[in-house]
Design a protein around this ligand. Sequence first.
Ligand code: SAM
Length: 231
Amino acid sequence: MPLLPRRYERLQAVLNRRMGDLTVVLEQVDKPHNLSAILRTCDAVGAMEAHVVSLPGRPRTFNKTAKGSQKWVPLLPHPSIEACLTGLKERGFRLYGTHLGVNAIDYRQCDFTGPTAFLLGAEKWGLSEEATALVDQPIFIPMTGMVQSLNVSVAAATLLFEALRQRELAGLIPSQGEGVPGGEPEYRRILFEWAYPQVAEWCRRTGRAYPALTEEGEIAEELPRTLKLRY
Ligand code: SAM
């Protein structure tokens, strides 16, 4: 079945607004419903990707809460929190660690309009000492109830939507795909993979370049018949 033009327009509209400079780092956040909810929020605000450091042997699984968000927001695994955070720092990200310690400041005092990564910790233990030592700014979300902490996905949503609000106010939301790191080639790659995941997988397996797309999003070359049927 061919890709409907409306669907292709929607994919473009979403990718046009994606922000490569807004992300989350999940340290040992392993519960499927939390991972799923966080990715769904990343998709909603326009974050391009999320990062995770898991305990060895812990599979990363999603449940219905994700609503397929993992297809639109890749969750990138890292071997250690140090490797992950060092890599993000090298890319210019400011690391905001959600930490309930004494030197943490109210998140509403922060400027999240620059490259921003929110570090979120394990459901039981919070962020590790190693992660805490590497953050640029510890932050917290003020709470006035009896319970001491929020669910991690709720904390992630609060912070991501605050970053989105600040960027909207500052007129910094991309509108033409300029938020996609890597420019036009990367934009084209992601759009193709979103539009034709099975063809993309076949191209990668067989070592072919992705075919060009027409203005309407149709594949501009002949493909094997069996493959064409599996868009
Ligand atoms: N006992 C843990 C601690 O002291 O950090 C509680 C972990 S909490 C259930 C899981 C994660 O949610 C935290 O690591 C943090 O990332 C986030 N979180 C929860 N409440 C928060 C708050 N008030 N401000 C910022 N982040 C919060």
